[in-house]
Design a protein around this ligand. Sequence first.
Ligand code: BGC
Length: 768
Amino acid sequence: MTKSNLFKWLGISGSVLAFACALALPGRAMTKEEAHQKAEVLLKKMTLDEKIGQLNQSSGIQMPMLGNEKPDGLIEQGRVGSILWLTNVQEINRLQHLAVEKSRLHIPILFAFDVIHGYRTVFPVPLAMASSWDPNVEREAQHYAAEDARAAGIRWTFTPMVDIARDARWGRIVEGAGEDPYLGSAMARAQVEGFQGSEIGPDSVVACVKHFAGYGAAEGGRDYDSSYMPEELMQNVYLRPFHAAEQAGAGTFMSAYMDLNDVPASGNHWLLTDVLRKDWGFKGFVVSDAFAVKNLETHGYAKDSSDAAYKAIMSGLDMDMASQTYTNNLAALVKAGKVPESTIDNAVLPILAIKYELGLFEHPYVDESKVEATLNRPEGLVLERKIAGKSMVLLKNENETLPLKANLKKVAVIGPLANSTHDIEGGWTVEGLFGNGSKSHPATVLAGLKNRLGPDADITFVPGPEIGRVYPGLLDQMSGRKPPAPPTEAEIAETLAKVKAAAANADVVVAVMGETSNMSSEAASRAMLNLPGIQEQMLKTALASGKPVVLVLENGRPLDLHWEAKHIPAILEAWYPGTEGGNAVADVLFGQVNPGGKLPVSFPRSSGQEPLHYNHNLTHEPETSPTFNSRYEDVLSTPLYPFGYGLSYTTFKFSNLKLSRSSMKVGETSEVSVDVTNTGSVGGDEVAQVYIHQRYGSASRPVRELKGFKRITLAPGETKTLTFPLGTSELEFWSPQTKKWAVEPSTFDVWAGGDSTASLHTELQVTE
Ligand code: BGC
């Protein structure tokens, strides 16, 4: 008996029963098989329009540029499978009631949002969390974010972004884990586990791995621009974190906006079907990026919107985000025999199955009475502060400028970001999007210093002129954030005079500088990576006072700090550290937390070096040789701060690098072991890193590749011995000549140390 027949038989309306079930039945984890079977049964009852409805993700906000109306009518007809960009829980419930009670088959809507780094409690931006080099940080943060999101009705998040980014000009570098596929894979897995748990169930928020694939290699670092990439680079670098996330059980993928080798990713059969489904065996569903199906016309790939729908669905793209191209075209394409109905069925099935796995049919509604209590859980702030502290990277600390003395009384705080609640949490804050206004109360660095030093402290604050984007993005327009007017000569002179006076009166100057949060992220690429505005002039004025200057950076990408690195005695990379960010910065500045983060990206000496990454090939003489090397005439080719780099208030020594066997056959594993000792006088964290280099084979291999890491805490004088496997998964690569994955017989260099320039070395022989 079908559900609707059952309702008739019972003589009560479906809506009453559905509502009663929704409130009364406890959630029960359903196996993947059960969910799939239920989805198949349901699919058989669906009309073509209802099936296509499941492939339609409607916008929860109405915008003139979308030309859309409230989705009520479509929902009642069963023609909306998912809704995004809606966080108002009353509205979520209202629309869900329409779907569950008014649509013929009572299929609940899957509400989705970009819960990227927290919901009400905002964690550090993803690039910062990757700087912790501790996957538990990501797992814990995303698990907490999932609890918040679920309580607020969001069961699907467009996270993790696992795009490898080797070009600091690209604004979206802030959303990922940086330049390395090994670190990126670890962070990708941890985020999927954080959101979904070990598998998708009633407590999960489904993860969406994005942007599939190659988006981070946009030409010139310009967002949305084309990527041109040979398959070996795709396989060995860009696809790896995606595959790791898929293996961790990610339920969904999002296709990228750009062309990959001239074929748009959202209509790319090789990516969406050959790699994702055939090679990897992915069983979930793929959603387009926003409007990306319609955009296939813009790319000059689709003739019209019908052709766009055709090319997208036939390439393996299941759900159309916001563009309504599927809703408007797929039925006609099926009726004309161009798209087989079985293709539609294959797209619908995993969507229904995930709704069953989530327990959405049993529990479609949000308990509105519990939302605020969940979102305001105090333990979230404690966790956030801990995670923010773990994510910061100490870039420079000359003459032990840091940590600051606890009894410090006179501080000059300068810089436009020092008291900006708008920026400390970074971009992509759920409540901050669309100009809603976040309900969190973030602690800025100024607030954090005041909290730390107490009411008697003498703190002088000189913000200086506002900085910001020159061309405001869509979200800025919606939130009313305007580009700052360039300061006049008089304003500059006044600011510098204030800095001079404040510094003269202070024991230390804390400069909080960088980029506003909207200067990185989507559609926020920069050609110049210097500190914008007059921040450098303010630093120079502060330095001229002779007082120690500490630079705290809030930014979303590697910056060109060549001047700062030379002149400023202490530099702390805080990224956008989140709701408790200011308190966490104070924890680190005063030594309550010893910084242990490491860079997941190389910092350049000049913007002109981009794209810059440590794992490049050596094609001629090394850059240290006097002739015929690949260095620039005017700037060294090496980074200012290398990948994996970060200081501590203590020092560490690596020794005793050994292999369990120095020679082995293909397919065997050798254990690398190394001793790490805290040689300083305070406890601290070190990230032990293992790098390899294959000396010869069927293709040139990078000069170094990360193949193992562990963040550990060591008391003064303490030594720990760490081991890392070097086996097939570490040594194999995809060869452009053999077109397959294999470990090749060769000599491998092995290094261990605290960053990608580690010098402790040994060799591993791998034979047939
Ligand atoms: C972004 C995605 C995001 C989506 C939904 C797009 O513009 O590229 O990363 O998930 O919008 O908000």
